[in-house]
Design a protein around this ligand. Structure first.
Ligand code: NAD
Length: 481
């Protein structure tokens, strides 16, 4: 990267704008203050949005080592992981939005029906207004700013509430965002439940929440009071199905990578593996090999992260029962370490199968073919992601068609999130709404239909009363086809 850490004040638009207020964020009335930036027209011009997206990229690139240090403090993220899953993702997302903005903002024309001709029919995207983004701790930078990129691109104003569970990243966002972005339209409000509760009492035009389903229900109930639409990005137990036709070595490499990334604290991490019974032993051996190859001694590996806090270490330690630990199992609360752990012989009712694991524990359970997998999925909540590893095209097709999930990865785990032009979101218990790329722009916009007719010829006169008998009959016939 050519742009390195800034030692002096960065050159964002807000920094040079003398009108920009510098006061600490106020929660009461904040939505109205931010909405004013939209209704006044300030955030609408494409040039303004482009400038803000450029400023956001500068904020990321000019402070790389500060972001890395914060992510390392919160989650023990390595430099590479910080680039791969947080900073780099955001730079790519912001640049892509910047490049695509003219196209996204252009009206979409459709053909008006004959009965309404002559007429022009189109949709125009307008900003929703003031958006609230509530972020979780596991990708504390990416999940705070990626929705904000959508909001800025759409011409909205946005308040970002980072997760208090990742305090170093939260504090850095609160420090750098006002230094680079227009404070009239983008604010960071730090805090936990109290601050979020205060924010939720405000009337927003969209609430974009990422996190667990329990808090999502609180968010949705608060949004309902103001008829505010929500995007809910939630989680769940994302399963992996390994068919007997799979390339087991490749499957193991990809599952292990997706699972051990961020120490398993990824919303789309493979939660557990369901494998055709006849290849279970071979897959488990391959998973052990892949884990050793990728991380060696995970405790000293610079590439393996830490659990976010001791409370979560304790929660994860409680998920080891009712199964055989074939590798891993070591837990150290003080250093927030949990070893990459593979479980087999998972009993009915084993704790790891009762909730989303969200840590480096991978239960492997035998299953009887595609039918067995599809049956299991029918009885489960719809997950955020579902992965199938198979070379048998029919098995893949059946899984794709006969199961429901936020997304499907075929012979990949987690990597689908990197396809920035694919919408990302859940269904059912794993959430509603989607974002990334153009889907982000759409999520933060109202697609307004516009029908416009010339007045020179009034064809609508044909449907004005009074109707004589003959015309009445002709009209009814025409309407009913
Ligand atoms: P968290 O504890 O950081 O909570 C998320 C946000 O909700 C935080 O900003 C927090 O302050 C707020 N919050 C918590 N309790 C609240 C309450 N009572 N009222 C109002 N706001 C409240 O993060 P988490 O929920 O533990 O995150 C992990 C979960 O998020 C997992 O289920 C994971 O799968 C899911 N997740 C989903 C995605 C996705 O993109 N779909 C991404 C990451 C994580």
């Amino acid at each position: 990267m050519s742009e390195t850490d800034a030692t002096s004040g960065p050159s964002g638009t807000a920094a040079s704008d003398p009108l920009t207020p510098r006061a600490a964020p106020q929660v009461a009335g904040l939505a109205a203050v931010l909405r004013e930036a939209v209704t006044s027209g300030r955030t609408r011009p494409r040039a303004y949005r482009e400038q803000q997206l450029d400023a956001l990229v500068r904020m990321l690139l000019q402070n790389v080592s500060q972001w890395q240090a914060a992510l390392a403090a919160d989650l023990g993220k390595s430099e590479i992981e910080a680039h791969l899953t947080e900073i780099g993702v955001l730079v790519a997302e912001a640049r892509s939005a910047r490049r695509s903005l003219r196209r996204w903002m252009a009206p979409t024309h459709v053909i008006a029906p004959l009965a309404l001709q002559p007429a022009l029919a189109k949709t125009v995207a307008e900003p929703l207004g003031a958006a609230l983004v509530i972020a979780p701790w596991n990708y504390p930078l990416q999940l705070a700013l990626a929705p904000a990129i959508g909001a800025i691109a759409a011409g909205d104003a946005v308040a970002i509430k980072p997760s208090e569970v990742a305090p170093a990243t939260s504090a850095l966002l609160a420090k750098l965002v006002p230094a680079y972005l227009d404070e009239r339209a983008v604010r960071v409000v730090e805090g936990g439940v109290d601050e979020t509760t205060a924010l939720l009492a405000e009337r927003w035009d969209l609430i974009f929440y990422t996190g667990n389903g329990t808090a999502a229900r609180i968010v949705a109930a608060a949004a309902a009071k103001h008829l505010t639409p929500t995007v809910l990005e939630l989680g769940g137990k994302s399963p992996v199905y390994v068919h007997r036709s799979a390339d087991l070595a490749v499957a193991a490499d990809r599952i292990a990578w997706g699972k051990w990334l961020n120490a398993g604290q990824t919303c789309v991490a493979p939660d557990h593996v369901l494998v055709d019974r006849e290849v279970e032993a071979e897959l488990v051996a391959e998973l052990r090999r892949a884990t050793t190859e990728q991380l060696g001694d995970a405790r000293t590996s610079p590439d393996f992260g830490r659990i976010v806090n001791e409370r979560h270490v304790e929660r994860l330690a409680g998920l080891l029962g009712g199964a055989t630990v074939v590798t891993g199992g070591e837990v150290d609360g003080a250093s927030r370490y949990m070893a990459p752990t593979i479980l087999t012989d998972v009993t009915d009712g084993a704790p790891a199968m009762q909730e989303e694991i969200f840590g480096p524990i991978l239960p492997v359970l035998p299953i009887d073919g595609v039918d067995g997998f599809i049956d299991a999925m029918r009885g489960a909540e719809k997950p955020l992601a579902l992965y199938v590893f198979a070379r048998d095209a029919d098995a893949v097709r059946r899984v794709e068609r006969e199961t429901s999930s936020g997304a499907v990865g075929v012979n990949v785990a987690v990597a689908h999130v990197g396809a920035g032009n694919l919408p990302f979101g859940g269904v059912g218990e794993s959430g509603s709404g989607a974002y990334h790329g153009k889907a982000s722009f759409e999520a933060f916009s109202h697609r307004k239909p516009v029908l416009s007719k010339p007045t020179a010829i009034d064809t609508l006169r044909l449907i004005y009363p009074p109707f004589d008998q003959q015309w009445r009959r002709a009209l009814v016939q025409r309407i009913l086809g």
